[in-house]
Structures are given as C-alpha cells and as structure tokens.
Design a protein around this ligand. Structure first.
Ligand SMILES: [Zn+2]
Length: 172
C-alpha cells in the first residue's frame, strides 16, 4: 500500500491530440486536466494507473492521458546559448578531438570574423584544441568538426524520442 503522497508524486505521460507523447505531469496535474475535460485517458495501453482516494472520493488516474485541445501547447523558445546547455548538447566532449577534459566553449567562426554567439556557431572544445585553433575557422586550422552544431530539439520532440526508446526497450 503506497501512501497518498507517494502516489501523487507518480507521473503520467501526456500525449498531444495527435497521440504524440509530449511530457510527463504529476498526478495532481493529471487530475486537474482530466476533471476539467482538457485531457482523457488513452486507450490501447495496458494501463493500470492509480487510484487516488480522498475521504469522499476515489479517483482513477490512468498512466497515459491525451489532451483534448491544442490550447495547452505553449510557445517554446530556443534556450539561450550557455556553457551548461552547450556541454550537454555536445555530450561533454571536445568537438574537435573528442576529449572529455578541460572543456571550454569555442566560436566555430571566431567572433573577430563576425561569428555569432548562436547554437550553430558555438561548440564544446578542450582547452588545447581551442588554443591550437586560435582565431581561425576550422577550415583554416584544418580542424574539422565531428558534428554539425545545431539548436537543441523542441522538448516535445526530445520527450517523444525518449518515450519511444523506452517503449522499445520494454519490448525487448
Ligand atoms: Zn580537443
């Protein structure tokens, strides 16, 4: 028997109206969405869910719910370019040599040559590579990038990828 607090900390997977997995919400939030008609249970999952009991109510919360409207989709802004986010995107490895040590940020096209502080121009570089590259482009320095830098994916896309990977893992 789990306590109500433990139950309320469980998470429910939210699908968009088009059945794309979007995010997780806690049970309290799921109850609000279900009781206000903004979400409904998703059929097709072997979905035990949870029973939430209050003194005068038993509420069944499925483990997967689907939004009934588009209203809740928020506008998402690309996160600002900062060290933590860039290192995470680049899996904490130098994009020139693959080293995981002494990591710095490098402007692919140097700022002095008009390079921007943007997701497609900032990469993780170890201090030795950064020093070696200096004020040059990768081409000039003959230091090709291992991957083409780009902005992180929309959280709903990232979540969907993660969700389907987990479903796949559960089937194996
Ligand atoms: Zn390096």
């Amino acid at each position: 028997m789990t306590s109500i607090t433990q139950t309320l900390n469980q998470s429910v997977v939210v699908f968009s109206q088009n059945y794309l997995p979007m995010s997780r919400v806690n049970i309290k939030r799921a109850i609000v969405l279900l009781t206000t008609g903004k979400a409904e249970p998703v059929n097709g999952f072997t979905d035990l869910g949870w029973q939430v009991r209050s003194p005068n109510l038993v509420f069944y919360v499925p483990a997967h719910i689907r939004l009934t409207t588009h209203q809740l989709e928020r506008i998402w802004k690309v996160p600002p370019v900062n060290r933590r986010e860039v290192l995470r995107r680049d899996k904490h490895t130098c994009q020139y040599c693959g080293s995981p040590q002494k990591l710095t940020l490098d402007h692919v096209i140097p700022r002095s040559k008009g390079g921007k502080h943007s997701w497609d121009n900032v990469v993780t570089a170890c201090a030795p590579c950064n020093a070696k590259k200096g004020d040059r482009t990768p081409k000039q320095a003959r230091m090709p990038l291992r991957t083409k830098p780009k902005a992180p994916p929309h959280p709903a896309v990232a979540f969907a990828e993660q969700f389907w990977r987990e479903q796949q893992a559960n089937l194996e």
